[in-house]
Design a protein around this ligand. Sequence first.
Ligand SMILES: C[S@@+](CC[C@H](N)C(=O)[O-])C[C@H]1O[C@@H](n2cnc3c(N)ncnc32)[C@H](O)[C@@H]1O
Length: 189
Amino acid sequence: MSYELKSARFLARDVLMQALKPGDAVIDATMGNGHDTQFLCETVGPAGRVYAFDVQEQAVASTEALLRREGFTDRASLFCCGHQCMDQFVHESVRAVVFNLGWLPGGDHSVTTRWETTREAVTKALDLLLPGGVLVLCAYPGHTEGDRERNELVPFLSSLSNKTFNVLRQSFLNAGPGAPECFVVQKMG
Ligand SMILES: C[S@@+](CC[C@H](N)C(=O)[O-])C[C@H]1O[C@@H](n2cnc3c(N)ncnc32)[C@H](O)[C@@H]1O
């Protein structure tokens, strides 16, 4: 695909493609239909490991089916569990953690990420990052919980020590209210 600056997820993947290498361990904090999990499996290769989390059985089932079709099941561990519990299941440092906030596309809109658990998960994810590793998060304002998450994320990430983290916020300035935003946090090496 030619370079096209078109979405927060595109920006997120661009960062991940720069940051990741074969053999890396990574976390998909919001599995959904498994598209990011699949992308991470491809990017880290057969020697890599992808830990993926979602609270919905339906998300885990569609991700499992997708990974099976693509031949990636051996490099992924899928957990039907909130990302705020990631530290109970991931016992190694990781090169990247990916959050794609909101609800399952085509699913129940009432099952959405929420600031309290997102904050807990982001805090744990930052602890799990290797030096040089990145946390990449797409936020979707434009609905009540999405607005709250974005509005709380900005001061939360702004307060991280600049001795330990570089924090970037990317937004589409002419896309109107509710446009997705991409946040990138890199732990310093
Ligand atoms: C926008 S979707 C993710 C899309 C996914 N990355 C993809 O590529 O298809 C957000 C997902 O977050 C999940 N979710 C909500 N709360 C969660 C939590 N506490 N922990 C993990 N996942 C959660 C939802 O069930 C939903 O499937």
